[in-house]
Design a protein around this ligand. Structure first.
Ligand SMILES: C[S@@+](CC[C@H](N)C(=O)[O-])C[C@H]1O[C@@H](n2cnc3c(N)ncnc32)[C@H](O)[C@@H]1O
Length: 934
């Protein structure tokens, strides 16, 4: 093979060259087989492989590496192959009978699973000659393959794209079930080689020798403009089509044009250009082509000529005359001198010039526009009615098109806003009111909203209630009109709307799903979260339980009747439902952030009841107001519809997390039961508090120690755990005991967070007034409709969508000092143990005293003896049980079992025990104890 420049083209030492060096392959071509094998899995199942043209042995190395151990690998080449382990090689020309003989000899009547051929003739002759010999080699290797391949075996060969390529492919197609052409990444782009992988050898009993005879195969077969990817489909048919193609091009220029037409079919549509490897046209081995100006001006396909030629020449007298034409500008001449550098505009100019010259020499006749017009335009009298219908139709079409456009735009905006919302790019308030539909409020008709909308559109706001309801029931009037008159296109739009909605919902669902997975992953890593989750499990359960109770009560309430009062009640229930849901949300949020709740708790505890009540109404933000209107209008509609959730909300609640949860509509209803329950639980807690001061202390201590873990490392202070009742997030105006409870908690435990301490200090020092504090409580962050918003968004909001209450250094210090004091106190278990010890000592002394009395009253003993015994008893009682530690227990295990005498290394008192015996003794003790209890 010829030498190449090492920096460019074929000679470039690329990454595969370096890789081959690194991995010890003899040639970079080894990677071609690696890639082919990766794609088609050729080697792993092959037990016998023949590599034709194998030197220096790269493919053999790859085969040896990927084939099962003990496989038969035979390599043959004109050049000697340096020995390779587990590989048989010999030198031979694969086109000779000698090679066939040698192969037979080495194969021992075996059949090969794979025959590979990577041959390339070692000649540096003209490319076309090269290709021909190459293809001859291919055919020869195929011949050997048909002889040595097993049925179902595979054949891989290198082929060069040339005129004969299709013929070869056709032959492959006759012998193998699957034929695919591919160019592995390791094959240089500059190389015209491709690899054909023929799989599943048919193994026909008789193969016509003409099939494998180059003289027959490559005869009369013209190229087909097939791309590499089209190859498998062209088998068989290709040859038929190919034979039909004319190979005897009359004129050389025409042949050249045809040959080049594949690559440059149209200079005006360059993007359609494809890279073809058809090689050179027959009889034309040059790259530079010229055409005469006559060819261009008088030819039938000037575009094809422009694409295929390099230059247009002016040789004949006539052509030279054209040079003098006023149409032949210097630009035209320059353009003709090098067509390959021209752009679309230049080609256009040339085409114009061609037209002008053609007109000049009379090849074309200039069309008379006026004559055309009189000829073509036929004025027919139109019926007046027809005219009106047509106009109407046009108007309707224009109207429906406008509606469609508007709806499309609105939908796109909705989708965009939703995406923005999900990507945290916008706050829900920033959304247009119309977009609230996306957040699950589309079913609720809003009077104010309707008026606003009407104002916006310049319509009168004085609509009758009936109109409003009608509008609310259906859609926009114009829309419904246009729809009733709608045509198929409208249906299409509707479909696309639904599709878009579905896609949006899917996107939402996907995002939620991804977020859940992300959360799970984060939670798995977060051990603190696990601890917290475990601890909060019961609490959460209780919360949901509460909803169930509500449902029952709601059911009862539902039986009361359908009079006005009950309607109002249910409206209130609807409001409470939202509030309740909020409370639940906040409750769950509160788990993740105790600080916020503490602050709220302090705030609520400090606020006077009356102020709270009014604040509940006065403090309603713009978001809350429309709800009142909603209640007014929606009461005219079906009750069920009111409780209906938006599609987004339904999707939301369809999530597995909400499975088993009672229907949200069932959450409507009186909250009295809830309050009662709360009261009860609070009473319980209060009782509990009074019952055992010690227990409370312990829980405080334990809580503090656990919560301490939850604090960020940067936190300077620790937070003491709150009791269940502290978490009450709902602001229940009817609950008279709430304040008392909160006050009691603060009295018992003090202020628990730095924020609370800061606020309290400010209050005491009159830096802030109580009413100011309450006002601060109602900020833009305090009311936020969470309906229909995705989890990830709500989670994020719970972290960041809250007021940032400043804390002072003093407050932190105060809390720290209190925590230190708490830490200094002995823990309960120690205190209990001490108490137990004390109690036992007293019991022992009493017992001893009793015994001493007996001794003293005894008449048998003398005074001295009595005194001695009493002293001993009392001292024994005072001493308590002696530790058995002085006696060493030695467990005899293994070979030491049953050995008598002092064990080695044991000093002092000892007792040898059998491990089994010890277990048995313990078991007996346990049984005895259990029996006693019964
Ligand atoms: C590209 S190399 C093969 C590289 C080989 N696949 C590897 O990975 O090492 C092509 C080989 O074909 C061999 N060859 C060309 N004509 C041949 C013929 N008629 N018989 C046997 N080998 C031939 C050349 O000697 C040359 O070594």
């Amino acid at each position: 093979m010829g030498k190449h420049d090492k920096k460019t083209g074929k000679g470039r030492l690329d990454k595969f060259y370096r890789l081959a060096k690194e991995q010890g392959y003899r040639a970079r071509s080894a990677f071609k087989l690696v890639h082919l094998n990766r794609k088609y899995d050729l080697l792993s199942k092959s037990k016998c492989v023949i590599d034709l043209c194998a030197a220096p042995g790269g493919w053999l190395q790859v085969a040896e590496k990927y084939m099962p151990k003990g496989s038969l690998i035979i390599g043959v080449d004109l050049n000697a192959i340096k020995p390779l382990p587990h590989v048989t090689t010999f030198v031979s020309d694969i086109t000779t009978p000698h090679c066939r003989q040698m192969l037979k000899q080495h194969m021992h009547d075996w059949k090969a699973d794979l025959v590979m051929h990577d041959g390339a003739p070692n000649v540096g002759s003209a490319w076309v000659q090269d290709a021909f010999t190459q293809n001859e080699l291919v055919l020869q290797s195929l011949k050997l393959a048909t002889e040595f391949l097993i049925k179902g075996g595979n054949f891989v060969t290198k082929v060069f794209r040339s005129q004969d390529y299709n013929s070869l492919m056709w032959v492959f197609g006759q012998l193998f079930k699957s034929v695919e052409a591919t160019k592995p990444p390791s094959s240089r782009n500059v190389s015209a080689e491709i690899f054909v992988v023929c799989r599943d050898f048919i193994a026909p009993k008789h193969i016509d020798p003409k099939f494998l005879d180059p003289k027959h195969v490559f005869k009369d077969l013209a190229p087909l403009p097939t791309s590499i990817t089209e190859l498998p489909e062209t088998n068989g048919e290709a040859s038929v089509a190919a034979t039909q193609a004319s190979t005897s091009s009359a004129a050389a220029a025409a042949a050249r044009l045809a040959a080049n037409s594949h690559a440059h079919s149209n200079v005006f549509a360059p993007e359609k250009k494809r890279r073809h490897r058809d090689g050179y046209a027959e009889g034309d081995y040059t790259l530079y082509h010229t055409a005469t100006a006559s060819d261009f001006i008088k030819g039938v396909d000037p575009v094809l000529l422009l694409g295929g030629m390099n230059r247009i020449t002016f040789d004949s007298d006539e052509e030279k005359q054209w040079l003098k034409s006023r149409h032949t500008t210097s630009d035209v001449v320059a353009n003709c001198s090098d067509l390959k550098v021209l752009g679309k505009g230049d080609f256009k100019a040339l085409m114009k010039w061609r037209l002008a010259i053609r007109l000049e020499i009379g090849l074309d006749v200039k069309a008379d526009p006026t004559a055309d017009a009189t000829e073509e335009v036929v004025v027919e009298p139109i019926d007046e009615e027809e005219q009106i219908t047509e106009d109407l139709k046009k108007l309707q079409e224009a109207k429906s098109a406008k509606t469609k456009r508007e709806r499309k735009r609105a939908n796109e905006k909705k989708a965009k806003d939703l995406l923005k919302l999900q990507l945290n790019m916008t706050a829900p308030e920033d959304l247009d009111h119309n977009d609230l539909a996306l957040k699950g409020e589309e079913e609720i008709f809003d009077l104010e909203e309707g008026e606003l909308e009407a104002k916006r559109q310049g319509k009168s706001t004085k609509k009758s209630l009936g109109d409003i309801v009608k509008d609310a029931d259906g859609m926009d009037l114009s829309e419904s009109e246009s729809e009733s008159e709608g045509n198929d296109e409208d249906d299409e739009i509707l479909d696309s709307d639904e599709e878009r909605e579905r896609k949006t919902a899917m996107l939402e669902g996907e995002l939620d799903g991804l977020y859940e997975t992300y959360k799970e992953r984060m939670q798995e890593r977060d051990t603190k979260w696990k601890v917290k989750n475990e601890r909060n499990k019961d609490k959460n359960f209780d919360a949901w339980h509460g909803i169930k109770e509500n449902k029952d009560s709601d059911d009862e309430g539902g039986e009361k009747g359908e009079d006005d009062e009950s309607d109002v009640e249910s409206e209130e229930g609807g409001w409470d439902l939202v509030q309740g849901k909020k409370a639940i949300d906040v409750d769950s949020d509160s788990d993740s952030d105790s600080d916020e709740d503490e602050t709220e708790q302090v705030e609520k505890a400090i606020k006077p009841k009356k102020v709270k009540k009014s604040a509940d109404f006065d403090g309603l933000t713009s978001q809350a107001k429309p709800r009142k209107n909603t209640a007014l209008v929606t009461s005219l509609q079906e009750t069920e519809k009111r409780a209906q959730m938006s599609r987004q909300a339904q999707l939301w609640f369809d999530q597995s997390v909400f499975k088993g949860m009672p229907d949200l509509a069932a959450l409507d209803g009186d909250d009295e039961d809830e309050e009662d329950e709360e009261d009860e639980s609070e009473e319980d807690v209060e009782d509990g508090d009074e019952e055992d001061e010690d227990v409370e202390m312990e829980s405080e201590d334990e809580g503090s120690s656990t919560l301490q873990d939850e604090q960020d490392d940067d936190d300077d202070f620790e937070i003491v755990a709150r009791d269940e009742e502290d978490d009450g997030t709902g602001w229940d105006v009817d609950d008279e005991d709430q304040d008392e409870v909160k006050k009691k908690i603060i009295k018992d435990k003090g202020l628990l967070t730095a924020e609370a301490v800061t606020l309290a200090t400010q209050l005491v020092n009159r830096k802030i007034t109580a009413s100011q504090l309450i006002d601060q409580g109602f900020n833009k962050l305090s009311s936020f409709n969470k309906d229909g918003l995705p989890t990830w968004f709500l989670d994020d909001e719970s972290k960041y969508y809250k007021p940032n209450i400043p804390i002072t250094k003093e407050a932190v210090e105060a809390l720290k000092a209190r925590q230190r004091a708490l830490d200094a106190r002995p823990i309960k278990k120690i205190a209990e143990a001490k108490q137990r010890k004390k109690f036992k000592a007293v019991q022992r002394m009493e017992k001893a005293k009793k015994k001493a009395d007996d001794v003293m009253t005894s008449e048998e003993l003398g005074d001295a003896e009595k005194a001695r015994q009493v002293r001993r008893m009392l001292s024994k009682a005072a001493r308590g049980k002696q530790k058995a530690a002085d006696k060493k227990i030695v467990v005899a295990r293994g070979v030491n079992r049953g050995v008598k005498g002092r064990p080695t290394g044991v000093k002092g008192k000892y007792k040898i025990v059998d491990p089994r015996m010890r277990k048995e003794v313990r078991a007996l003790k346990r049984i005895k104890k259990a029996n006693k209890k019964r």
